[in-house]
Ligand binder design. Structure first.
Ligand SMILES: Cc1cc2nc3c(=O)[nH]c(=O)nc-3n(C[C@H](O)[C@H](O)[C@H](O)COP(=O)(O)OP(=O)(O)OC[C@H]3O[C@@H](n4cnc5c(N)ncnc54)[C@H](O)[C@@H]3O)c2cc1C
Ligand code: FES
Length: 327
């Protein structure tokens, strides 16, 4: 989708863990970026002639232990997924001097600094928005507790920085080491002071378990705020062809790629925005599918899903060999 983008270049790269790399970006013209708060993210637009446009979202960290980023710069931390997708492309291609475009910051996971007490919960790379919240709360001397769960300490990005900023308010949960097993979210929620609001970013199972723990403890739903980074492949995908009825073109959709990404790589002009099945900009009319549609969006109604004549191409797909779209 056409929208205003900001030209930036990479001016520093730091390996945070074996799979997570931090990139600091600076506007090419030196102009300040639009102001943003903790929890905000940007769309990163990159790619080359072979890949076509690659778009992924990354949370803005906001600064380091000591200082905020200057207004003409920002930083993101990207975890490499070895599926040959956008994060692998970024790791392979971004170096000092690489130019790219970002969107203006957007915030679907804002921190309310008026909260009496905040409970911040991060799982894995979900630390990125949570660390920016911790930086903000610590600086304003607000009451908070932060819990950061990961399998091994060396794979937990910003672990030391988090401890430096949050001190005694941080609890690390190392599931593959000292704290074998899952974080006890029921106990964690039950131990919070009255009036606490929780912010959770991590795997879907962690977010759902936090919401369930909140319900069990009688918290109002709005006191558990969350952000999911996207579903990604679930392991039961098959590759198939998409036939575009109006142009007669056929585009192959690999099992590790969304229909949207496959169409963009083939330079087919389609609308999109959130890329995670929420905004409703990408649904396309299905003329024929020789297998069941796997709906993975949160936008279509149950009736629309049942009708099987439309699907959100950013996340949904078919289990079949050929899908014909009215495109
Ligand atoms: C608001 C927000 C903030 C984020 N912040 C961060 C961050 O700070 N750090 C970070 O590392 N990541 C972050 N992410 C995740 C990031 O945008 C990428 O999803 C991630 O880097 C993986 O990208 P990939 O292309 O390597 O992986 P892939 O899983 O290959 O692709 C990512 C996206 O492509 C689609 N997709 C891939 N395969 C399929 C399939 N088989 N069927 C259907 N759709 C498919 C999905 O929409 C998936 O979300 C954030 C995401 C969001 C939405
Ligand atoms: S792009 Fe938002 S629902 Fe698909």
């Amino acid at each position: 989708m056409a929208r205003k983008h900001i030209d930036v270049e990479v001016f520093s790269v730091r390996q945070l863990t074996p799979r997570v790399r931090e990139f600091r970006l600076r506007t090419l013209d030196g102009a300040p970026l639009p102001a943003y708060g903790p929890g905000a993210h940007v769309e990163v637009h990159t790619g080359n002639a072979q890949t076509g446009l690659v778009v992924r979202h990354y949370s803005l960290i906001g600064g380091d232990v000591e200082a905020d980023d200057t207004r003409d710069t920002c930083r993101i931390a990207v975890q490499r997924e070895d599926r040959g997708g956008g994060s692998a492309y970024i790791h392979a291609n971004f170096e000092v001097g690489t130019r790219l475009q970002i969107s203006a910051p957007t915030n679907n996971f804002p921190l309310d600094r008026r909260d009496h007490h905040s409970l911040l919960i991060a799982g894995g790379i979900g630390i990125t928005p949570i660390f920016s919240m911790v930086r903000s709360l610590a600086r304003r001397r607000r009451e908070f507790t932060v819990v950061y769960a990961g399998r091994e300490p060396e794979f937990m990005a910003y672990r030391e920085a988090l401890v430096a900023v949050a001190g005694h308010r941080v609890r690390l949960h190392i599931s593959g080491g000292q704290d074998t097993g899952k974080l006890d979210l029921d106990a964690l929620i039950a131990a919070q002071p009255v009036g606490t609001t929780a912010y959770v970013c991590g795997p879907a199972a962690m977010v759902e378990a936090t919401q369930a723990a909140g319900r069990a403890a009688g918290w109002e739903a709005e006191r558990i705020r969350s952000e999911l980074f996207g579903a990604g492949p679930q392991g039961d995908e098959v590759a198939f062809d998409v036939e575009l009825k109006r142009s007669g073109r056929v585009v192959r959709v690999g099992k590790d790629v969304s229909i949207l990404d496959a169409l963009m790589a083939a330079k087919v002009d389609v609308l999109w925005d959130c890329r995670r099945g929420e905004c409703g900009l990408c649904p396309q009319s299905v003329l024929k599918a020789d297998g069941p549609i796997q709906h993975r969006d949160q936008y279509l109604s149950p009736e629309e899903r049942e009708a099987a004549d439309t699907l959100c191409i950013c996340v949904s797909r078919i289990r079949g060999e050929r899908l014909v779209l009215d495109l």
